[in-house]
Design a protein around this ligand. Structure first.
Ligand code: NOJ
Ligand code: NOJ
Length: 469
């Protein structure tokens, strides 16, 4: 199952032998073009994602990071992963036209709210809401770990705010007040927002659970939770809270700007490192781009087309292109990892890091959203900071040129950006097999799937990228 079948000419035979039950799907799978593969993979990804929610042997409402119980043991509810996964569920709930499914998704969301409320109230070693993960029965995880991780409560709030907005749109304010936000800290969203708004200045561990400091990714998702939290508080007439959250968001902006390094010409992932790994010399980290995707708000701040973001994207692509041999064997796109110095191979940390599915999908998503962002602009300006990025898309002219909306060059550039997004999805396709299972990592040399199998976040990231496509 964990093989790079695209590299094998006899993949059809091998697949047929290994997966007789999925013979048909697996057999046709490698001949599929991207469109057809998406049509094939998308329902499988959602089926596999759902399987990890309220799974057998867990308390209802919990979300397994992966069903893998050893090597590695991912049989836990991570607050961050769960928020990302349940946001997919909110979107499904919002958009499905099938009543039976809608009710099923609703039930699962209600369970998640209940489980998460328990998490908020369970005493833990972080001593607050920054506890990164819980046992699947909802009890505290009490071994040593990188804690607190303050992106978690922000992302949980954002997912639940998304749900609150859907319920409000459906005219169900009563349900919002009862389950999500009643203006007191008894309600789940407000408790998270209060935590974020009072804690964000402190250092915490980042999404990779390895470094304690101030992180771009953590700050971006905190920023979004404050902006959207303020919107929700306003809608529910909690005006004082709304002003407070907004004031905190405004204070975060200059802190986020400080991540731009004039020397390196990238947005660095961490400032003020206090503890944890100390060998991330490049300061280059894909979490910055995940922070752009996951922390985006429609106000122009740190937008997809921000020159600093584009420069960082370009630097990451160049670094991982060089680093992984599987990126230089003719496969489409670039398989993207966490950061160049990564030593976590999906099983242990004394090794070599690898590309990750959720990051490669995250880059696809970034490009699709960038294309949309640029379509709303009157012109695309090439600058000293972004020229490396645009050059990598085939733009040959000198800096300080600009592409006017409506011109054929402008159109070609947008198309190239969309095609680049597709190249990352094609790359995901290249490394998965016909069963539709997606793990955490891709071996940097062989291309085989590696690390936790059926990583729930891998599915959510793929589904999100497909949606933005
Ligand atoms: C597991 C963590 O989740 C992962 O991010 C980290 O790299 C390894 N442990 C090593 O600390
Ligand atoms: C390790 C990753 O680094 C972290 O981001 C994630 O939350 C856990 N694995 C669980 O998937």
């Amino acid at each position: 199952m964990r093989r790079l079948s695209a590299l094998l000419n006899f993949s059809f035979l091998l697949t047929a032998l290994t997966f007789p039950c999925s013979l048909f799907g697996a057999a046709i799978f490698h001949d599929l073009g991207l469109e057809d593969w998406i049509a094939y993979q998308e329902p499988l990804a959602f089926k596999n994602l759902i399987r990890n929610i309220s799974a057998p042997g867990t308390t209802k409402g919990s979300v397994l990071a992966s069903p893998s119980k050893n090597n590695p043991d991912y049989f836990f509810h991570w607050v961050r992963d769960a928020a990302i996964v349940m946001d997919e569920m909110v979107t499904r709930y919002e958009t499905t036209g099938i009543l039976k499914n809608k009710n099923r998704y609703l039930e699962s969301l209600i369970d998640y709210i209940y489980f998460s409320k328990q998490n908020q109230q369970t005493p833990n070693l972080s001593g607050g809401l920054g506890e990164p993960k819980f046992n699947v029965d909802g009890t505290a995880f009490s071994e040593s770990w990188g804690r607190p991780q303050d992106d978690g409560p922000a992302m949980r709030a954002t997912t639940l705010i998304h749900l609150a907005k859907v319920w409000l749109k459906e005219g169900n304010e009563k349900l919002v007040v009862e389950k999500l936000y009643d203006g007191t800290e008894h309600s789940i969203i407000k408790k998270d927002l209060e935590y974020v708004s009072h804690q964000w200045k402190n250092v915490s561990f980042e999404l990779w659970e390895e470094v304690k400091g101030h992180h771009f990714h953590t700050r971006m998702v905190q920023y979004r939770s404050m902006i959207e939290g303020a919107e929700l508080a306003n809608l529910l007439s909690d005006f004082k809270a709304a002003n407070w959250y907004l004031s905190q968001a405004l204070e975060m902006e200059p802190e986020l700007e400080r991540h731009w390094s004039f020397n390196k010409r990238i947005l660095v992932s961490t400032l003020n490192r206090e503890d944890g790994l100390d060998y991330k010399y490049s300061e280059l980290d894909s979490s910055v781009i995940l922070g752009i995707n996951q922390g985006h708000v429609e106000n122009g701040f740190m937008s997809f087309s921000d020159d600093r973001v584009l420069a960082t994207v370009n630097a990451l692509e160049e670094a991982f292109y060089r680093l992984y041999s599987i990126n230089r064997n003719g496969a489409p796109g670039i398989a993207m990892g966490r950061y160049p110095e990564d030593r976590y191979d999906g099983f242990s940390s004394g090794s070599n890091g690898n590309p990750w599915f959720l990051i490669t999908s995250g880059f696809a998503e970034f490009y699709y959203r960038l294309a949309t962002d640029l379509k709303n602009k009157q012109e695309i300006k090439i600058s000293a900071v972004n020229k490396g990025f645009y050059r990598s898309l085939g733009v040959k002219r000198k800096s300080f040129d600009s592409y006017k909306k409506g011109s054929s060059e402008y159109k070609a550039l947008i198309e190239a950006i969309h095609a680049k997004g597709d190249s990352f999805l094609s790359r995901v396709k290249y490394h998965v097999d016909g069963t539709g299972s997606v793990s955490e990592q891709i071996n940097r040399d062989s291309g085989y799937m590696q690390g936790a199998r059926d990583l729930t976040w891998s599915y959510a990231a793929l589904l999100s990228a497909i949606r933005f496509r």
